[in-house]
Write a protein that binds this ligand. Sequence first.
Ligand code: PMP
Length: 390
Amino acid sequence: MKRFQDKLSQLKEAGLHRRLRTMSSASAPRVQVDGRWLVMCAANNYLGLVDDERVRAAAVDAIVRYGTGSSGSRLITGTTDLHVRLEAAIAAFKQTEAALVFNNGYMANMAALSSLVGTGDVIFSDELNHASIIDGCRQSKASVVVYRHNDMNDLRRKLEDTPASGQRLIVTDGVFSMDGDLANLPAIVDVADTYEAWVMVDDAHATGVFGQHGGGTADYYGIQAERIAIQVGTLSKAIGSEGGFIAGSRVLIDYLVNCARPFVFSTALSPPVLAAAMRAIEIIQTEGARRDHLHALTKRLRRGLLDAGFEVLPGTAPIIPIILGDPLHTLEFSRRLEENGVFATAIRPPTVPPGTSRIRFTLMATHTDDDIEHIIQACIAAGRGLGVIS
Ligand code: PMP
């Protein structure tokens, strides 16, 4: 155990040690953390659907009818009519021919990258893509070329300079999870056309949040779904449940059913999470006001933090990072926020590059204007106390 102890001590000294925090209530605007009630601004419950009465009721009904677990992998006994109906709902939502659910978004990315491309193929991956895309690239037998964040010239240059005997695949987050900016998807699909590359978008943070009907980045930019070969998403953020999915053509989905190991060799998702996701997707498509309110709150928080003098990364997503740089400093900032009743986590390497440690606020449609004011005032108090702002 000594080697582990030594590593943990090193992490502590560098301000990079992590500890688990215990939530004893739903992931709502007010949450009980380690026994204290705080304003939650670190959750991915963007539309506040995790504790929506209708979503809860759908989950409870599913337990009553189907029980708590699926008891088998999808290809053996684990496929229920709930899986089939949810997959049809996701396909309609994403405007694709078909969709397939996975146990989480992480596994969906691993499945796509390890089974859809391989030897002779080349993956072009944005440098700020999520860890599950990076791990999927590592798992894949394709070669991997990393391009500078959202830099279309660099992407073009790398496509030009990299010969591929097989298929090329450009993969990007739709909304970048730690920075909160959007991928330049219109340019990416154009570049992909030129080089006959496939496009894969991980819309974990955009689904439900962007687009007229909440369909994500393609919906937001008005890009036809057929131009994106592989649309990945999670059911665990705006959709308020658990699980991941891939949406695309019928052939792609049939191929994944047969060849994606994370799909084939794991027990199917349980009935309550499927029913909750299905109900949430209906709400997302019909209640645009939730999205509008979320975006209005986001603008207000961004403005307030900028006016107070913080370095806020530009973007339009309800992910609002303020850059503090040093990990120990960032930890202290988050501790002071907590003293002032605000729960926002310190994001540090290796999640973000060294020197860019940050407090990352995420909002939900169920926050109020008063919550935003509370967050801003807590930041001003912490920022002044630590000399981050004057
Ligand atoms: N992609 C992105 C961009 C994410 O932020 C996350 C979750 N943090 C995932 C994929 C993984 O999704 P899940 O939590 O459902 O495994």
